[in-house]
Design a protein around this ligand. Structure first.
Ligand code: SF4
Length: 503
């Protein structure tokens, strides 16, 4: 579809909104359009804001799908509306036109961002929860069902958010290696067989980066509240490599205020007794063992290279060794999976009774190998199957006593749904809450790591990027250390603006 922007530059939001309805299609955004363009053999959308003689603004959205009559809607608003309100009005109009043309009503309305719960928290701090919910329903067209879900999440998060102090932060350690690459993956992770030579130098440099980061955290006055080692698959590291990393964290950071230390042991085929023992010895409090599906044909179809039996073995090994906080990830909308098979997966997970279950919805980014399969793209576009699975999961997990405690969205998710973490009471992952809702600073080490500096005195966020790929991380490590100094500068700015001397 060709999308023409006339009289405004709301490119990013409008593109995301069109993508809600056409997640796998090619969308071409054309700025500074006149409104008279011919899209040729493409569908066309003209999104126009124009001043009127009476001092108001006219909003017009016209969409022409090939072979169909055009669909057009208009609205009017004050000239003095701030840009965010103009963008919202145009977004609502575009949403209603696409809704009429496709018969779909995306449940998140015109919210396309990643952090809806954070938005609801901010809005309810301004106007109270009820008025904030009304705003979400009436102005952003969010469904009652999603508002209820967010309300439940907000309530569960309250005590965790209350733990946050101006000097709080968390530490993220990135391990960008996996045993093989899943076909839906758009992350920078590398299959470890092809990257064997990189792993040892990577670990060595990661240890150095942890040292440097700890020194900066001390200088700035930051206090660690949680540690999360993710990826990738951290348990592609050997037991001794895992021990080295964990010991370095313990040696260099003050963890006296740390409430949680998570390591993703994501791929069950990487889990061994030695590695789990290394995690236990290092004081790791929470692990993740991720089946994604409890059907071998689905796992084969997505290139996971582990079996259901591997998952069962890894889980019972971890339980027997004493892990009392285990998360399991599932994905709704995978190829070859059906609602019936997904219910069987949920049943199998119920029998294991992990402390938390994260239900992801398949998101197909362009980098994913799976995007090349037309049938998967078509299923993804329809999203019906994924929606059914997510609903079944919500019902089953609620019945089993789990509560939703964090959620986030990604672009190009099947059915425009969300990823939701469900947990037994008191076993919520603190890191997931603070990072998804951007409640405090996250210091990141390793390839692909993004340090997010959250101003404790305002809503400002600054980001410091590490190199994405492990080979760049290894070859340009000194540049990463240079970039890390931006943390000191960033906190200097925060303190200066707030008129504070320290955190
Ligand atoms: S385990 Fe996760 S990070 Fe690794 S390839 Fe699969 S989806 Fe990507």
């Amino acid at each position: 579809m060709k999308v023409y922007l006339v009289g405004h530059d709301f490119l990013y939001e409008m593109e995301n909104l069109v993508r809600l309805f056409y997640p796998c299609d090619r969308i071409e955004m054309i700025e500074n359009a006149t409104g008279h363009e011919d899209p040729g053999q493409d569908d066309g959308a003209w999104l126009t804001i124009a001043p009127k003689d009476d001092g108001t603004l006219r909003y017009t959205v016209k969409v022409t799908l090939l072979g169909q009559a055009p669909c057009e809607r208009q609205d009017e608003g004050p000239m003095m509306d701030p840009p965010a309100e103009q963008e919202r009005r145009l977004g609502v109009l575009l949403f209603t036109v696409l809704q009429a043309l496709t018969g779909q009503t995306p449940a998140w309305g015109i919210i396309t961002g990643v952090h809806p719960v954070k938005l609801l928290r901010q809005k309810s701090e301004e106007v109270g929860l009820l008025a904030a919910e009304e705003f979400f329903r009436d102005k952003w067209l969010v469904s009652d069902e999603k508002i209820q879900l967010m309300r439940r999440v907000l309530q569960v998060q309250e005590p965790y958010v209350a733990l946050n102090q101006p000097n709080s932060c968390s530490l993220y350690l990135s391990v960008p290696f996996c045993p093989s690459r899943c076909s839906y993956c758009s992350f920078i992770s590398q299959a470890v067989e092809g990257a064997k030579k990189l792993v040892e130098p990577y670990v060595t440099l990661l240890l150095r980066e942890i040292e440097e980061t700890a020194a900066i955290a001390r200088q700035v006055g930051l206090q660690i509240q949680s540690v999360y080692m993710g990826g990738g698959t951290p348990t592609t590291f050997s037991a001794s490599q895992l021990t080295a990393v964990i010991e370095k964290v313990r040696e260099r950071f003050d963890l006296s205020h740390c409430v949680e230390f998570t390591v993703e042991a994501g791929r069950p085929d990487t889990v061994t007794k030695e590695k789990l023992q290394a995690l236990l010895n290092g004081g790791v409090t929470r692990i993740s063992i991720n089946p994604q599906s409890m059907h071998d044909d689905v796992l084969r179809a997505i290139g996971r290279r582990h079996t259901v039996a591997d998952t069962l073995r890894a889980f019972s090994l971890a339980r027997d060794m004493g892990f009392d906080n285990i998360n399991m990830d599932l994905i709704a909308g995978l190829p070859l999976d059906t609602p019936e098979k997904f219910r069987q997966t949920l049943k199998a997970i119920e029998e294991l009774s992990p402390e938390s279950v994260t239900v992801h919805t398949l998101a197909l980014k362009h980098a994913a190998r799976m995007m090349r399969d037309e049938e998967v793209r078509e299923n993804h576009r329809r999203g019906e199957t994924a929606r059914q699975m997510v609903e079944d999961a919500g019902r089953a997990l609620t019945r089993q006593g789990y509560v939703p405690y964090y959620l986030y969205r990604q672009s190009r998710m099947a059915g425009n749904l969300e990823n939701t973490g469900w947990s037994r009471k008191g076993k919520e992952c603190f890191y997931n809450i603070i990072t998804m809702d951007e409640i405090h600073t996250v210091l990141s080490c390793g390839a692909g790591g993004v340090t997010k500096l959250c101003d404790p005195f305002s809503t400002d966020i600054k980001r410091v990027f590490n190199f994405k790929y492990s080979y760049e991380y290894v070859s340009r490590f000194d540049e990463i250390l240079q970039r890390k100094k931006q943390i000191i500068k960033g906190y200097g700015t925060f303190l200066h603006r707030a008129g504070q001397k320290n955190l």
